[in-house]
Design a binder for this molecule. Structure first.
Ligand code: SF4
Length: 480
């Protein structure tokens, strides 16, 4: 059997979308920038490498493609990244099929949020894989190519190189990423990054250089890079240096990033907007003081919410579209939900869109049980005790007011309240739809989707009229 010398990275796809299954959700593309970071390093070291995303394709189609194009079989290991527990079923099928075609293949599995919590559990789920890498791959990358890899979990700083998007199969369809910083450590109870120390933000001059380099990888065409950082916290000086550094770029490159609502000052936003910031994802999560404390989001809810108001006002002043993430959390009641709704109503004119969903416990039993025990104190309970072991994903009944079905209905209700079809398309197409996906394609897909599953309302009513025409001010689990 002829073997290539290529090192293929495969980012596991999903058999069905993460949240609600509709045609639009299946259009979304998520660049696996962690896997691309490793592929970029190997490419720079002289290896032949590439990254292919499984997306929503059938795993057998991807296997056929890799063998059909001669990438597999290879003398080198096959690197499979599992970015979330939703991608696990795809990875299981993919590994089984690859092993059937090439019994000698050496399969290495990475994706620290999925591998890290319990390697033995994952090994039992993917018996066809050989090696499991529980931490970051960068410090041990060369060793992974040897017969006896060193799997110690080592720290790895934010890479200071630009990702080579040309290594991504069909890269022109994906919006690019630039890593700005890693870690967070702010301690939010539900978050995997809560104890991972925040690393220094890369210098603005290097970010500007990466913006230009990425633009060149896309042959100068319009791009919307995502500055990847779990918590993007530049100060005013950093922002003004970025303005200086991007001043000569033509055309100006619009970019997107995410942060906490209490992490950026209005003055910093002014500079970032000048430097190209166009969309800001904000992890508000809740506007209920009780839930802010439950989530350990902040010890001072009043200050948290007033900082959030100031930031949203600054975004509006400087033309930055703010997308607000909301999390219905353990212990959510009609009262806490109403507090969030009232706050969002007051700020509706400053919000470009929302993403709303109920909290889930991610991880095998070893990890999920810690979260579920914590949430039980607030009256939450798992929907299915076995799902952590079976899938690594546990849905929860949040409280007596919000069982899992009511929480899902309330999430859709809030999404539609603050986001119409135009806002949804603008936010999604900025970062997640294929770059050649048009508004006409989108409208066609909307027609084919079940309207009950779509998280936006029609465009015929303004946000304000939608807010003021709500049937009553009290939302109960049964009324949504
Ligand atoms: S601020 Fe965001 S990234 Fe940091 S711990 Fe909280 S939820 Fe996680």
């Amino acid at each position: 059997m002829h073997r290539s010398n290529a090192i293929a990275f495969v980012s596991s796809g999903m058999l069905s979308p993460k949240k609600r299954d509709h045609v639009l959700a299946r259009r979304q593309l998520y660049l696996n920038y962690g896997a691309l970071s490793l592929a970029t390093m190997l490419d720079a070291a002289g290896f032949t490498t590439m990254l292919l995303h499984g997306e929503h394709r059938d795993p057998s189609e991807v296997v056929d493609e890799l063998f059909g194009t001669g990438v597999l079989p290879s003398q080198q290991p096959l690197m499979i990244s599992i970015p979330s527990f939703y991608a696990l079923p795809w990875a299981q099928t993919f590994c089984r099929l690859v092993r059937q075609r090439d019994p000698e293949v050496r399969i290495i599995i990475g994706g620290r949020w999925v591998v890290g919590p319990d390697v033995d559990w994952l090994r039992s789920k993917i018996p066809h894989a050989d090696i499991f890498v529980p931490g970051l791959g960068e410090p041990i990358l060369n060793s992974l190519l040897t017969a006896k890899p060193d799997l110690r979990r080592l720290q790895s700083p934010t890479p200071d190189f630009t990702l080579n998007h040309r290594l991504v199969k069909n890269h022109l369809q994906y919006q690019p990423s630039i890593e700005a910083s890693r870690g967070c450590g702010m301690g939010c109870a539900f978050c995997e990054e809560r104890d991972i120390r925040l690393e220094k933000l890369r210098p603005p001059e290097l970010i500007a250089r990466s913006l230009s380099a990425v633009q060149a990888q896309y042959d100068g065409s319009e791009i919307h890079p995502y500055l990847q950082a779990s918590m993007f916290v530049p100060n005013v000086q950093w922002g003004s240096r970025l303005v200086e550094a991007v001043m000569d770029q033509a055309p100006r490159i619009p970019w997107r990033t995410e942060s906490r609502v209490d992490a950026l000052t209005p003055d910093t936003v002014a500079h970032l907007a000048q430097a190209g910031l166009e969309v800001l994802d904000l992890g508000l999560e809740t506007a209920s003081p009780t839930q802010i404390l439950h989530m350990r989001k902040s010890a001072d809810p009043d200050r948290y919410l007033s900082r959030a108001s100031e930031l949203l006002a600054a975004c509006r002043r400087h033309g930055v579209r703010a997308k607000v993430n909301v999390l219905l959390y353990a212990g959510e009641t009609t009262r806490t939900f109403e507090e969030t709704r009232a706050w969002l109503d007051d700020h509706a004119g400053m919000i470009a869109g929302v993403s709303v969903g109920p909290v889930m416990a991610y991880g095998p039993p070893k990890i999920a049980s810690i979260l579920l025990d914590d949430w039980a104190a607030s009256g939450a309970a798992p929907v299915d005790m076995n799902s952590a072991f079976e899938t690594g994903i546990t849905s929860v009944h949040l409280s007596r007011d919000f069982d899992a079905a009511a929480a899902e209905a309330a999430s859709l209700y809030l999404s539609r309240r603050y986001m119409d079809v135009n806002a949804y398309f603008q936010l999604k197409s900025f970062s997640y739809y294929p770059r050649n996906y048009t508004r006409a394609d989108f409208d066609q897909d909307v027609k084919q989707s079940n309207p009950n599953s779509l998280p936006f309302r029609e465009a015929d009513r303004s946000v304000q009229s939608c807010v003021s025409s709500a049937p009553d001010s009290t939302v109960t689990a049964g009324s949504i």
